[in-house]
Design a protein around this ligand. Structure first.
Ligand SMILES: C[S@@+](CC[C@H](N)C(=O)[O-])C[C@H]1O[C@@H](n2cnc3c(N)ncnc32)[C@H](O)[C@@H]1O
Length: 361
Protein backbone atom coordinates (compact mmCIF):
# COMPACT_ATOMS: atom_id res chain seq x y z
CA UNK A 1 0.00 0.00 0.00
CA UNK A 2 1.37 3.42 -0.98
CA UNK A 3 2.33 5.82 1.81
CA UNK A 4 -0.40 8.31 0.82
CA UNK A 5 -2.97 5.51 0.82
CA UNK A 6 -2.10 4.77 4.45
CA UNK A 7 -2.61 8.44 5.32
CA UNK A 8 -5.87 8.94 3.44
CA UNK A 9 -7.56 5.63 4.12
CA UNK A 10 -8.10 3.97 7.37
CA UNK A 11 -9.31 0.42 6.81
CA UNK A 12 -8.94 0.61 3.03
CA UNK A 13 -10.11 -2.98 2.54
CA UNK A 14 -13.32 -2.29 4.40
CA UNK A 15 -13.98 0.71 2.15
CA UNK A 16 -13.48 -1.55 -0.85
CA UNK A 17 -15.78 -4.25 0.57
CA UNK A 18 -18.62 -1.75 1.13
CA UNK A 19 -18.36 -0.55 -2.48
CA UNK A 20 -18.12 -4.04 -3.93
CA UNK A 21 -21.20 -5.12 -2.02
CA UNK A 22 -23.22 -2.18 -3.36
CA UNK A 23 -22.01 -2.68 -6.92
CA UNK A 24 -22.85 -6.38 -6.77
CA UNK A 25 -26.34 -5.60 -5.45
CA UNK A 26 -26.91 -3.10 -8.26
CA UNK A 27 -25.77 -5.44 -11.03
CA UNK A 28 -24.48 -3.99 -14.28
CA UNK A 29 -23.82 -0.24 -14.03
CA UNK A 30 -23.77 1.27 -17.48
CA UNK A 31 -23.45 5.03 -16.85
CA UNK A 32 -20.51 7.24 -15.89
CA UNK A 33 -19.00 7.28 -12.38
CA UNK A 34 -18.64 10.59 -10.49
CA UNK A 35 -15.68 10.49 -8.07
CA UNK A 36 -15.33 13.74 -6.12
CA UNK A 37 -12.59 13.86 -3.42
CA UNK A 38 -10.68 11.47 -5.67
CA UNK A 39 -7.32 12.11 -3.93
CA UNK A 40 -4.63 10.08 -5.64
CA UNK A 41 -7.31 7.76 -6.95
CA UNK A 42 -6.76 4.71 -4.74
CA UNK A 43 -10.40 3.59 -4.67
CA UNK A 44 -10.91 4.43 -8.35
CA UNK A 45 -7.82 2.40 -9.34
CA UNK A 46 -8.99 -0.56 -7.25
CA UNK A 47 -12.60 -0.58 -8.45
CA UNK A 48 -13.65 1.85 -11.14
CA UNK A 49 -10.97 1.87 -13.83
CA UNK A 50 -13.15 -0.03 -16.34
CA UNK A 51 -15.80 2.66 -16.21
CA UNK A 52 -16.03 6.19 -17.52
CA UNK A 53 -14.70 8.28 -14.59
CA UNK A 54 -15.38 11.95 -13.89
CA UNK A 55 -13.16 12.72 -10.91
CA UNK A 56 -12.06 15.86 -9.05
CA UNK A 57 -10.05 16.98 -6.06
CA UNK A 58 -9.22 20.36 -4.57
CA UNK A 59 -5.52 19.49 -4.36
CA UNK A 60 -3.72 19.86 -7.75
CA UNK A 61 -0.88 17.53 -6.73
CA UNK A 62 -3.36 14.76 -5.94
CA UNK A 63 -5.09 15.36 -9.26
CA UNK A 64 -1.76 15.04 -11.05
CA UNK A 65 -1.10 11.65 -9.44
CA UNK A 66 -4.66 10.40 -10.02
CA UNK A 67 -4.45 11.37 -13.70
CA UNK A 68 -1.21 9.46 -14.12
CA UNK A 69 -2.77 6.35 -12.58
CA UNK A 70 -6.06 6.62 -14.47
CA UNK A 71 -5.08 7.84 -17.94
CA UNK A 72 -8.55 7.31 -19.46
CA UNK A 73 -10.39 9.24 -16.76
CA UNK A 74 -11.49 12.87 -16.84
CA UNK A 75 -9.99 14.30 -13.62
CA UNK A 76 -9.92 18.01 -12.79
CA UNK A 77 -8.87 20.28 -9.94
CA UNK A 78 -12.05 21.68 -8.39
CA UNK A 79 -13.99 22.31 -5.20
CA UNK A 80 -16.41 19.38 -5.18
CA UNK A 81 -18.89 21.07 -2.86
CA UNK A 82 -20.26 22.38 -6.17
CA UNK A 83 -20.75 19.75 -8.87
CA UNK A 84 -17.84 20.64 -11.18
CA UNK A 85 -19.07 18.80 -14.29
CA UNK A 86 -22.33 20.68 -14.50
CA UNK A 87 -23.45 21.23 -18.10
CA UNK A 88 -26.51 23.30 -18.99
CA UNK A 89 -27.27 21.44 -22.20
CA UNK A 90 -29.16 18.28 -21.20
CA UNK A 91 -28.19 16.57 -24.46
CA UNK A 92 -24.52 16.84 -23.60
CA UNK A 93 -24.82 15.73 -20.00
CA UNK A 94 -23.23 12.46 -18.97
CA UNK A 95 -25.55 9.97 -17.27
CA UNK A 96 -24.18 8.80 -13.93
CA UNK A 97 -24.83 5.40 -12.38
CA UNK A 98 -22.43 5.72 -9.42
CA UNK A 99 -21.14 8.56 -7.24
CA UNK A 100 -18.61 8.07 -4.46
CA UNK A 101 -18.37 10.89 -1.88
CA UNK A 102 -15.28 9.82 0.09
CA UNK A 103 -14.79 13.13 1.90
CA UNK A 104 -13.00 13.56 5.22
CA UNK A 105 -16.01 14.75 7.13
CA UNK A 106 -19.04 16.22 5.32
CA UNK A 107 -20.02 14.73 1.93
CA UNK A 108 -23.53 16.19 1.67
CA UNK A 109 -22.89 19.63 0.08
CA UNK A 110 -21.19 17.75 -2.70
CA UNK A 111 -23.99 15.17 -2.93
CA UNK A 112 -26.84 17.70 -2.98
CA UNK A 113 -25.12 19.70 -5.70
CA UNK A 114 -24.55 16.52 -7.73
CA UNK A 115 -28.08 15.23 -7.24
CA UNK A 116 -29.58 18.53 -8.43
CA UNK A 117 -27.18 19.18 -11.29
CA UNK A 118 -26.34 15.76 -12.76
CA UNK A 119 -28.34 13.39 -14.92
CA UNK A 120 -28.76 10.06 -13.13
CA UNK A 121 -29.42 6.57 -14.46
CA UNK A 122 -32.74 5.02 -13.41
CA UNK A 123 -30.66 2.98 -10.95
CA UNK A 124 -27.69 4.53 -9.21
CA UNK A 125 -25.17 3.63 -6.48
CA UNK A 126 -24.30 6.35 -3.93
CA UNK A 127 -21.51 6.08 -1.35
CA UNK A 128 -20.66 8.40 1.54
CA UNK A 129 -17.91 8.88 4.14
CA UNK A 130 -19.32 10.98 6.98
CA UNK A 131 -17.35 12.18 10.03
CA UNK A 132 -20.15 14.14 11.70
CA UNK A 133 -20.44 11.81 14.68
CA UNK A 134 -16.99 12.89 15.79
CA UNK A 135 -18.03 16.55 15.70
CA UNK A 136 -21.27 15.73 17.52
CA UNK A 137 -19.62 13.99 20.46
CA UNK A 138 -16.54 16.25 20.72
CA UNK A 139 -17.72 19.82 20.17
CA UNK A 140 -21.46 19.50 19.62
CA UNK A 141 -21.11 21.61 16.45
CA UNK A 142 -22.31 19.63 13.45
CA UNK A 143 -24.29 19.87 10.24
CA UNK A 144 -27.25 17.76 9.24
CA UNK A 145 -27.21 16.47 5.64
CA UNK A 146 -29.62 19.22 4.56
CA UNK A 147 -26.77 21.70 5.27
CA UNK A 148 -28.20 23.15 8.51
CA UNK A 149 -25.74 23.96 11.31
CA UNK A 150 -26.50 22.80 14.85
CA UNK A 151 -24.93 23.19 18.26
CA UNK A 152 -25.55 20.63 20.98
CA UNK A 153 -24.68 21.98 24.39
CA UNK A 154 -25.26 19.28 26.98
CA UNK A 155 -23.73 15.82 27.23
CA UNK A 156 -27.23 14.33 27.11
CA UNK A 157 -28.06 16.14 23.86
CA UNK A 158 -24.76 15.04 22.32
CA UNK A 159 -25.29 11.40 23.32
CA UNK A 160 -28.83 11.36 21.98
CA UNK A 161 -27.85 12.69 18.54
CA UNK A 162 -24.66 10.59 18.47
CA UNK A 163 -26.51 7.34 19.21
CA UNK A 164 -29.32 7.87 16.71
CA UNK A 165 -27.48 9.82 14.01
CA UNK A 166 -27.89 7.25 11.21
CA UNK A 167 -31.41 6.03 12.03
CA UNK A 168 -32.98 9.34 12.95
CA UNK A 169 -31.10 11.91 10.89
CA UNK A 170 -29.47 10.30 7.86
CA UNK A 171 -32.12 7.73 6.86
CA UNK A 172 -35.28 9.88 7.05
CA UNK A 173 -33.56 12.77 5.28
CA UNK A 174 -32.15 10.54 2.53
CA UNK A 175 -35.44 8.71 1.84
CA UNK A 176 -37.17 12.05 1.46
CA UNK A 177 -34.43 13.86 -0.45
CA UNK A 178 -33.95 11.32 -3.23
CA UNK A 179 -37.63 11.17 -4.24
CA UNK A 180 -38.90 10.09 -6.75
CA UNK A 181 -36.02 7.63 -6.41
CA UNK A 182 -36.40 4.99 -3.74
CA UNK A 183 -33.87 3.07 -1.73
CA UNK A 184 -33.51 -0.45 -3.04
CA UNK A 185 -30.62 -1.46 -0.81
CA UNK A 186 -28.77 0.40 1.91
CA UNK A 187 -25.84 -0.55 4.13
CA UNK A 188 -23.39 1.02 6.52
CA UNK A 189 -20.53 0.43 8.94
CA UNK A 190 -18.89 2.51 11.62
CA UNK A 191 -15.15 3.02 11.70
CA UNK A 192 -13.79 3.61 15.20
CA UNK A 193 -17.33 4.51 16.25
CA UNK A 194 -17.11 8.03 14.80
CA UNK A 195 -16.82 7.71 11.04
CA UNK A 196 -19.97 6.55 9.32
CA UNK A 197 -19.36 4.85 5.98
CA UNK A 198 -22.57 4.10 4.16
CA UNK A 199 -24.04 3.62 0.75
CA UNK A 200 -27.24 2.85 -1.09
CA UNK A 201 -28.58 1.55 -4.36
CA UNK A 202 -31.43 3.82 -5.40
CA UNK A 203 -33.85 3.35 -8.28
CA UNK A 204 -36.90 4.92 -9.85
CA UNK A 205 -39.99 2.90 -8.81
CA UNK A 206 -40.75 1.95 -12.41
CA UNK A 207 -37.46 0.08 -12.66
CA UNK A 208 -37.67 -3.62 -12.16
CA UNK A 209 -34.85 -4.00 -9.72
CA UNK A 210 -32.11 -6.53 -10.22
CA UNK A 211 -32.11 -7.05 -6.45
CA UNK A 212 -35.78 -8.06 -6.43
CA UNK A 213 -35.28 -10.58 -9.21
CA UNK A 214 -32.23 -12.06 -7.60
CA UNK A 215 -33.78 -12.48 -4.17
CA UNK A 216 -37.14 -13.75 -5.42
CA UNK A 217 -35.27 -16.68 -6.88
CA UNK A 218 -33.72 -17.19 -3.46
CA UNK A 219 -37.19 -17.45 -1.91
CA UNK A 220 -37.75 -14.09 -0.23
CA UNK A 221 -39.71 -11.22 -1.67
CA UNK A 222 -37.96 -7.93 -0.94
CA UNK A 223 -40.71 -5.83 -2.53
CA UNK A 224 -42.91 -6.82 0.41
CA UNK A 225 -40.26 -5.78 2.89
CA UNK A 226 -38.35 -3.22 0.83
CA UNK A 227 -35.63 -0.84 1.99
CA UNK A 228 -38.11 1.83 3.05
CA UNK A 229 -40.07 -0.64 5.19
CA UNK A 230 -36.81 -1.97 6.58
CA UNK A 231 -35.82 1.57 7.58
CA UNK A 232 -39.23 1.99 9.28
CA UNK A 233 -38.85 -1.36 11.04
CA UNK A 234 -35.39 -0.33 12.29
CA UNK A 235 -36.80 2.98 13.48
CA UNK A 236 -39.44 1.16 15.57
CA UNK A 237 -36.79 -1.17 17.01
CA UNK A 238 -34.58 1.86 17.76
CA UNK A 239 -37.54 3.39 19.61
CA UNK A 240 -37.63 0.37 21.92
CA UNK A 241 -40.39 -1.76 20.35
CA UNK A 242 -40.00 -5.55 20.43
CA UNK A 243 -39.26 -7.33 17.15
CA UNK A 244 -42.81 -8.66 16.92
CA UNK A 245 -44.51 -5.35 17.63
CA UNK A 246 -42.14 -3.46 15.30
CA UNK A 247 -43.20 -5.90 12.55
CA UNK A 248 -46.89 -5.20 13.28
CA UNK A 249 -46.29 -1.44 13.20
CA UNK A 250 -44.49 -1.78 9.86
CA UNK A 251 -47.28 -3.92 8.41
CA UNK A 252 -45.03 -6.92 7.86
CA UNK A 253 -45.40 -10.44 9.16
CA UNK A 254 -42.72 -11.23 11.73
CA UNK A 255 -41.77 -14.38 9.79
CA UNK A 256 -40.98 -12.19 6.77
CA UNK A 257 -38.68 -10.14 8.98
CA UNK A 258 -37.03 -13.31 10.27
CA UNK A 259 -36.52 -14.58 6.69
CA UNK A 260 -34.85 -11.31 5.71
CA UNK A 261 -32.63 -11.37 8.77
CA UNK A 262 -31.53 -14.86 7.82
CA UNK A 263 -30.88 -13.96 4.19
CA UNK A 264 -29.33 -10.54 4.77
CA UNK A 265 -26.59 -10.46 7.41
CA UNK A 266 -26.25 -6.69 7.08
CA UNK A 267 -29.92 -6.23 7.92
CA UNK A 268 -29.64 -8.67 10.85
CA UNK A 269 -26.72 -6.60 12.16
CA UNK A 270 -28.74 -3.40 11.71
CA UNK A 271 -31.56 -4.91 13.82
CA UNK A 272 -29.10 -5.72 16.63
CA UNK A 273 -27.64 -2.23 16.41
CA UNK A 274 -31.11 -0.67 16.55
CA UNK A 275 -31.81 -2.74 19.67
CA UNK A 276 -28.58 -1.42 21.20
CA UNK A 277 -29.73 2.08 20.22
CA UNK A 278 -32.94 1.52 22.17
CA UNK A 279 -30.94 0.48 25.24
CA UNK A 280 -28.75 3.56 24.73
CA UNK A 281 -31.87 5.70 24.66
CA UNK A 282 -33.04 4.24 27.97
CA UNK A 283 -29.58 4.80 29.44
CA UNK A 284 -29.73 8.41 28.33
CA UNK A 285 -33.15 8.89 29.90
CA UNK A 286 -31.96 7.27 33.11
CA UNK A 287 -28.84 9.38 33.11
CA UNK A 288 -30.90 12.51 32.54
CA UNK A 289 -33.29 11.61 35.36
CA UNK A 290 -30.30 10.89 37.63
CA UNK A 291 -28.56 14.17 36.86
CA UNK A 292 -31.88 15.97 37.49
CA UNK A 293 -31.89 14.60 41.06
CA UNK A 294 -34.00 11.42 40.76
CA UNK A 295 -32.45 9.26 43.51
CA UNK A 296 -33.89 5.95 42.22
CA UNK A 297 -32.44 6.66 38.78
CA UNK A 298 -29.09 7.54 40.39
CA UNK A 299 -29.10 4.27 42.34
CA UNK A 300 -30.08 2.10 39.35
CA UNK A 301 -27.46 3.80 37.18
CA UNK A 302 -24.64 3.51 39.71
CA UNK A 303 -25.46 -0.04 40.85
CA UNK A 304 -25.37 -1.20 37.25
CA UNK A 305 -22.56 0.95 35.90
CA UNK A 306 -20.11 0.22 38.70
CA UNK A 307 -21.49 -2.62 40.80
CA UNK A 308 -18.23 -3.28 42.69
CA UNK A 309 -18.18 0.25 43.98
CA UNK A 310 -21.89 0.90 44.36
CA UNK A 311 -23.33 -2.54 45.23
CA UNK A 312 -26.40 -2.21 47.43
CA UNK A 313 -25.20 -3.76 50.69
CA UNK A 314 -28.81 -4.17 51.84
CA UNK A 315 -29.34 -6.75 49.15
CA UNK A 316 -26.56 -9.13 50.09
CA UNK A 317 -27.45 -12.62 48.93
CA UNK A 318 -26.47 -15.78 50.71
CA UNK A 319 -26.18 -18.90 48.64
CA UNK A 320 -25.63 -22.53 49.48
CA UNK A 321 -23.12 -24.91 47.96
CA UNK A 322 -22.45 -24.18 44.26
CA UNK A 323 -24.68 -21.11 44.40
CA UNK A 324 -27.74 -23.25 45.20
CA UNK A 325 -30.29 -22.67 47.96
CA UNK A 326 -29.10 -22.61 51.53
CA UNK A 327 -29.92 -25.91 53.27
CA UNK A 328 -31.05 -25.66 56.87
CA UNK A 329 -31.02 -28.91 58.81
CA UNK A 330 -33.17 -29.02 61.91
CA UNK A 331 -32.27 -31.77 64.41
CA UNK A 332 -35.79 -32.25 65.77
CA UNK A 333 -34.91 -35.40 67.69
CA UNK A 334 -31.91 -33.77 69.36
CA UNK A 335 -33.98 -30.70 70.28
CA UNK A 336 -36.71 -32.92 71.83
CA UNK A 337 -34.22 -34.87 73.90
CA UNK A 338 -32.59 -31.69 75.15
CA UNK A 339 -36.06 -30.28 76.04
CA UNK A 340 -37.03 -33.49 77.95
CA UNK A 341 -33.71 -33.43 79.81
CA UNK A 342 -34.31 -29.87 80.86
CA UNK A 343 -37.88 -30.75 82.06
CA UNK A 344 -36.56 -33.82 83.89
CA UNK A 345 -33.84 -31.75 85.56
CA UNK A 346 -36.37 -29.20 86.78
CA UNK A 347 -38.71 -31.95 87.94
CA UNK A 348 -35.77 -33.54 89.78
CA UNK A 349 -34.94 -30.25 91.46
CA UNK A 350 -38.55 -29.85 92.60
CA UNK A 351 -38.71 -33.45 93.82
CA UNK A 352 -35.48 -32.99 95.77
CA UNK A 353 -36.85 -29.95 97.54
CA UNK A 354 -39.89 -31.99 98.79
CA UNK A 355 -37.88 -35.09 99.99
CA UNK A 356 -37.84 -35.75 103.79
CA UNK A 357 -34.54 -35.00 105.51
CA UNK A 358 -32.80 -38.40 105.87
CA UNK A 359 -31.05 -37.22 109.00
CA UNK A 360 -34.41 -36.30 110.58
CA UNK A 361 -33.08 -32.85 111.43
C1 LIG B 1 -10.30 10.74 2.18
S1 LIG B 1 -9.49 11.57 0.86
C2 LIG B 1 -10.12 10.75 -0.50
C3 LIG B 1 -9.34 9.57 -0.94
C4 LIG B 1 -9.81 9.03 -2.26
N1 LIG B 1 -11.21 8.67 -2.25
C5 LIG B 1 -8.98 7.86 -2.77
O1 LIG B 1 -9.55 6.87 -3.20
O2 LIG B 1 -7.76 7.93 -2.71
C6 LIG B 1 -10.29 13.11 0.82
C7 LIG B 1 -9.87 13.98 -0.35
O3 LIG B 1 -10.75 15.10 -0.41
C8 LIG B 1 -10.04 16.19 -0.91
N2 LIG B 1 -10.87 17.38 -0.59
C9 LIG B 1 -11.11 17.95 0.61
N3 LIG B 1 -11.99 18.96 0.47
C10 LIG B 1 -12.34 19.02 -0.85
C11 LIG B 1 -13.22 19.83 -1.60
N4 LIG B 1 -13.96 20.79 -1.03
N5 LIG B 1 -13.32 19.61 -2.92
C12 LIG B 1 -12.59 18.63 -3.50
N6 LIG B 1 -11.74 17.84 -2.85
C13 LIG B 1 -11.61 18.02 -1.53
C14 LIG B 1 -8.69 16.09 -0.25
O4 LIG B 1 -7.71 16.79 -1.01
C15 LIG B 1 -8.48 14.57 -0.24
O5 LIG B 1 -7.74 14.17 -1.36
Amino acid sequence: MAETQKKQHVEFNRKIRLRKELMEKAGKLTGAFYIPFIGEGDIAVALYSNNSIYGADIDPAMVETARSRLPNANIITADCDQFPFYIEDIEKKATYSLADFDSYSYPYDSFRSFFKGAKLSPQCVLIFTDGQRQAIIRTGHYRTPDGEKHHLKTVTEKREVYNFYYNRIILPWFNEYIKPYEVVYITKYLRSMNQLCWGAVIALPSIESHIEKENENGGIKPYKFDAIKKAKYLEHIGNGQTRGYAATLTGIHRQTVAAHMKADKEFARAVSEAESDAIGKMENALFEAGTSGNVTAQQVYLYNRNPRRWADRRNIRIAGEGGGPVEVEIDAKGKLISLLNRIAARAGEAEGSREPNPTGS
